[in-house]
Design a protein around this ligand. Structure first.
Ligand SMILES: [Zn+2]
Length: 173
């Protein structure tokens, strides 16, 4: 995974995703094998994202391959959790509701279900809560709301917050 903070992506549509990818300078991107500027385009795949509303986002995600080590990496904005159909902001909303002992609000026409919420919370408790507690300086809710969450999780664990499946995660800023 090659991830980049993309606070500027307002609407996650293909056109904006393409602009986001175009803005990444792969000639200075470093692979986990330490090689720099060795990435070449290695195809595309479809990703479906279900939001807490009427919108279902369909994106064609670009994949890069490192010529040096042969590993492939998907290019994702940090708002997308690797391998998940649920956006990071929605997951964080569910987790904060859980921490605050309130019920997560599923909007009218939502493409998310109670089952999704249950699944996200289960994954959070199983894989992430202790790790977050270990690096949160203030309260856990404050930390979850912080704009620095993605970076701090990456620094500590070399992965994306709420990522469950193992894969390399290269975050650039
Ligand atoms: Zn490499």
């Amino acid at each position: 995974m090659i991830a980049k903070n993309a606070a500027k992506i307002k609407n996650l549509i293909q056109e904006n995703y393409n602009k986001f990818v175009d803005a990444i300078d792969f000639t200075i991107s470093q692979c986990q094998c330490k090689s720099i500027g060795q990435f070449v385009i290695h195809g595309y795949y479809d990703r479906k994202i279900r939001t807490n509303g009427w919108l279902v986002i369909l994106l064609v995600i670009q994949r890069m391959k490192c010529k040096s080590c042969g590993k492939t990496h998907a290019v994702l904005p940090t708002s997308i959790v690797p391998y998940s159909q649920i956006l990071l902001t929605d997951m964080i909303g569910m987790i904060i509701s859980h921490e605050e002992k309130t019920s997560y609000k599923i909007n009218k026409d939502s493409h998310l279900t109670r089952k999704d919420v249950k699944y996200v919370i289960k994954q959070y408790l199983r894989h992430w809560r202790d790790r977050i507690l270990a690096i949160a300086s203030g309260s856990i809710i404050e930390f979850l709301r912080s704009s620095d969450l993605t970076r701090q999780v990456h620094c500590a664990y070399n992965t994306a917050f709420m990522q469950v499946k193992r894969c390399s995660y290269l975050l650039s800023y």
